[in-house]
Design a protein around this ligand. Structure first.
Ligand code: CP
Ligand code: NVA
Length: 299
């Protein structure tokens, strides 16, 4: 038997990505309570608001019982190996979900092939966020295949998963990232091979031309706190301001995975504007968590 996992978006392929999005939007998925009498382990090596709460409530809505665990309590490769933890927890739970520093930890959990595994954010990917981002865009802007999505700032975990989703669905990604924090040529080629159109610039105004969505994230991801001063200086030209938004499509929407830092990656007037979808996007974390869990457990 081979279990289903959600480790990154690109390995799903376009058809499965669309299946998960459809399941996310289908209220019948929860009504059959596919996790009835079963557990879900939610392990966090890093802090969380949206991911913890949306995943816990998704498990409850699917009829199961979530068990929240801090990373240091299980101690991946500290108390015991990732594989020992995974094989033991597979006897208690229908799904294991983890937020980890190293992407290899969730890959190793999945490779055990004893229980479905969901990546709740690693240094490389944030697939649950990308699902919510696409649900939000399609609800407010139309099919991704017709959209240009601009990303300003750091080419990080959130950017990579979003770009994979947009490309798999046939949309256009337009990056503006500083040197050293951008997607490499090989990465741009990989994204293009997924089926979309990709462009990259050093200039935010050039990158947002024609964009239906402008998306950004913190300049200082969890674990990068010691680089904060250097990063603030390097990224400051990439702040999403009202003049950046005015250079995009005339009905452009602003998106951010949150937590946000007004006055750094986005100005307060943009973040709190009528064009901002950040709250709807955050609420779709619950919708997408339901769809993702239901899909990995095979319902
Ligand atoms: N966007 C997101 O994953 O938020 P949390 O870190 O609060 O879970
Ligand atoms: N890029 C951010 C996303 C937080 C949800 C981080 O990794 O901290």
């Amino acid at each position: 038997m081979t279990y289903r996992h959600l480790i990154d978006i690109s390995s799903l392929g376009a058809d499965t990505l669309r299946t998960i999005l459809t399941m996310s939007n289908d209220p019948a998925v929860a009504s059959v309570r596919p996790l009835s009498g079963r557990g879900a382990a939610l392990i966090f090596e890093k802090p969380s608001n949206r991911t913890r709460h949306s995943m816990e409530m998704a498990v409850v809505q699917l009829g199961g019982h979530p068990v929240y665990t801090r990373g240091e309590e299980v101690g991946f490769d500290v108390r015991e190996t990732v594989e020992d933890i995974t094989r033991i927890m597979a006897g208690y739970h229908a799904v294991l979900a983890a937020r980890v520093f190293s992407h290899s930890v969730v890959q190793r959990m999945a490779a055990c092939n004893v229980v479905p595994v969901i990546n709740m954010l690693s240094d490389e990917a944030h697939p649950l966020q990308a699902l919510a981002d696409v649900l939000t865009m399609e609800e407010h802007c139309g099919p991704v295949s017709g959209l240009t999505v601009a990303w300003l700032g750091d080419y990080n975990n959130v950017a990579r998963s979003l770009a994979e989703a947009v490309c798999l669905l046939g949309g256009t990604m337009s990056f503006a990232c500083p040197h050293g924090y951008n997607a490499s040529d090989a990465e741009l080629k990989r994204l293009t091979s997924l089926g979309g159109t990709v462009r990259q610039s050093l200039d935010p105004i050039e990158a947002v031309a024609g964009a239906h969505v402008v998306h950004t994230d913190t300049w200082i991801s969890m674990g990068q706190e010691s680089e904060a001063a250097e990063r603030r200086a390097i990224f400051s030209p990439y702040c999403v301001t009202s003049s950046v938004m005015a250079s995009a499509h005339n009905n452009v929407k602003f998106m951010h995975c949150m937590p946000a830092h007004r006055g750094e990656e986005v100005t307060a007037d943009v973040f709190d504007s009528a064009s901002s979808l950040v709250i709807q996007q955050g609420h779709h974390r619950l919708t997408s968590a339901r769809g993702a869990i239901a899909w990995v457990i095979g319902e």
